[in-house]
Design a protein around this ligand. Structure first.
Ligand code: UDP
Length: 336
């Protein structure tokens, strides 16, 4: 396949690009490098620096590179930020997402896999969450992704776009070459590891949630398992694949959760990280962070059934251990 990966210089995108190249595919990365890193684009991929929001530029790129299918990873993705600056999320994720779809429509490329999120579910009524459960986001990030999901669904109906929508739970871990580096770092696992490196206290946002130890519970999924799911999903968008629709006419997206089905509390994550780094990590309890649901745990049964996806690196030692190893091997992070 000839694949375009938006956000391919970012955390999840970079590991996916590496996996696609290893499987023998041709990969073009479209990234504006606003949060991505040039050094995170695997050797062998073609990097185009630019925005996915510009329909004409996207159409030209798709034609020039003869792209078959798009993995749309690029997005603003911080829950906390989305609550204080929702405009950024609607402008970039929703407005930009429509720009990308329009570029695809102009170029006649109708295969897309979307990086979506468990944040679309909001405050779930039950755990583990099924794809058929209500989608009622409680933060602007989740709402913006829900809008993109809706747009893709209607592009399927109106224009025959074939799509797979993947709702990630909490992406974590690293490949040997590529890992997570954000500035500022807001995600729990890297934040805990940075606290361990710098011997300083880290803050857990709230311990008065209705969970066993009072801290939020999340389902951590290894980034290499996400990359494997992306490839299976791209294959499912093939024009002859009945999973994503008939050979002509309206198509429906396949929507799958990607998680392990196991929840770990924020305190459990700190404890597991302490074992891996070999010393105590001081923690203080701060106020709740706006927009955080108490528990997000996936049922990934449908991804197994529909895509043949089975996470292989589910245990926490592996997830946190690989992130720790990447940080130790890249003490200054990416060069740019
Ligand atoms: N969290 C925390 N301290 C931090 C970073 C995150 O207590 O320094 C908590 C956050 O409030 C949430 C969980 O860790 O309960 C996972 O947050 P993260 O930002 O990693 O992912 P999200 O679930 O928001 O996508």
């Amino acid at each position: 396949m000839r694949i375009l990966v938006t956000g391919g210089a970012g955390y999840i995108g970079s590991v996916s690009v590496e996996a696609f190249l290893a499987a023998g595919h041709d990969v073009t990365v479209l990234d504006d490098l606003s949060t991505g890193h040039r050094a995170a684009v695997a050797e062998g991929a073609t990097l185009e620096v630019g925005t996915y929001a510009d329909s004409r530029a996207v159409a030209q790129l798709l034609e020039r590179r003869q792209i078959d299918a798009v993995l749309h990873c690029a997005a603003k993705s911080l829950v906390g930020e989305s609550m204080v600056d929702p405009a950024k999320y609607f402008r970039e994720n929703v407005g930009g997402g429509i720009g990308l779809l329009e570029g695809m429509r102009l170029a006649g490329v109708k295969r897309i896999v979307l990086s979506s999120t468990a944040a679309t579910y909001g405050m779930p009524e039950r755990t583990p969450i099924l794809e058929t459960d209500p989608v009622r986001p409680i933060n602007a990030y989740g709402e913006s992704k829900r809008c993109v999901e809706a747009a893709i669904t209607w592009y399927g109906h109106g224009y025959g776009f074939r799509s797979v929508i993947l709702r990630y739970f909490n992406a974590a871990g690293a490949s040997r070459l590529f890992g997570e580096q954000h500035a500022p770092e807001t995600h729990l696992i890297p934040a805990v590891l940075i606290a361990a490196e710098e011997s300083r206290e880290m803050t857990i946002y709230g311990d008065d949630y209705p969970t066993a130890d009072g801290t939020c519970v999340r389902d951590y999924i290894h980034v290499e398992d996400l990359a494997a799911a992306h490839l299976l999903a791209l294959v499912a968008t093939d024009a002859g694949d009945p999973r994503t629709g008939p050979t002509s006419g309206p198509c429906q997206p396949v929507i799958c959760n990607l998680g392990n089905g196991n929840g770990f509390s924020n305190r459990e994550i700190v404890a597991a990280a302490e074992t891996i780094v070999g010393h105590a990590i001081p923690v203080k309890i701060g106020p709740r962070r706006a927009g955080d649901p108490a528990v997000l745990v996936a049922s990934a049964e449908r991804a197994g059934r529909e895509l043949g996806w089975h996470p292989r690196q589910g245990n926490l030692e592996n997830v946190i251990g690989s992130a720790w190893e990447w940080r130790r091997n890249h003490p200054s992070g990416y060069a740019d």
